[in-house]
Ligand binder design. Structure first.
Ligand code: ZN
Length: 213
């Protein structure tokens, strides 16, 4: 079994974006739809832009693993998982294709409408499991799908790093225990080339602008 029943009290409120991180589409398709693989996803989008619907969204797919976001834990319970074909950091990370962005945009438009999901609840695997995951990674350009995840209201002039990580959406235990990983995840969202955990002035500035622009 590689999926389970979604409990009635768990409603879909997040979309989680991944990359497959496998050598080719066929392997990814096989793994995501094989009963013994322990992983699954609702959708898979090939580099050519073909959308495969692998699992009905009424079921809970196993794509996020141990994960937390804002006050929620086990994000599989509340989410739709979308995998984008990409070899990933281990096998040759490449830019996502124009056709992938095009199909993802259409799919997300459909899901947002169907499940009443808002832009800020479209999250990356690296956000909900920053200590374990780095997908979809720094080459994923969210503005290509017309999503604006962050639009916080400025309440004061200066925010500490912890406050900004909190506003970004990281679960408090992650901010406490894996702060350096959280910083790396933010740098991926900011599409930095060099993903490290340094807290330069430039980074703090960029982070601030991401949250409040
Ligand atoms: Zn993933």
């Amino acid at each position: 079994m590689n999926y389970s029943v979604r409990k009635k009290n768990k409603i879909v409120k997040y979309i989680v974006i991944h990359y497959t991180g496998m050598k080719n589409l066929k392997l990814a398709y096989k793994k995501l739809s094989c009963e013994n693989s322990n992983v699954s996803s609702h959708y898979l989008i090939s580099r050519k832009g073909i959308i495969f619907n692998l699992l009905c969204s009424k079921y809970k797919a196993w794509h996020a693993g141990k994960s937390k976001w804002r006050d929620d834990i086990n994000i599989n319970d509340y989410s739709i998982g979308i995998e984008l074909e990409n070899k990933g950091h281990d096998f040759g990370y490449s830019n996502f294709s124009i056709k992938q962005y095009y199909s993802l945009r259409k799919l997300i438009f459909f899901l947002k409408k169907n499940f009443r999901i808002i832009d800020k609840d479209i999250v990356f695997h690296s956000d909900i499991a920053p200590n374990r995951k780095q997908d979809p990674g720094e080459k994923f350009l969210i503005n290509k799908i017309g999503i604006k995840r962050f639009n916080n209201k400025k309440m004061k002039n200066k925010y500490s790093l912890d406050e900004m990580l909190n506003l970004y959406g990281f679960h408090n235990t992650y901010i406490r225990n894996y702060k350096l990983f959280c910083i790396k995840a933010v740098k991926r969202t900011l599409n930095y080339h060099d993903i490290n955990s340094s807290q330069s002035k430039k980074f703090l500035n960029d982070f601030y602008n991401l949250l409040f622009c």
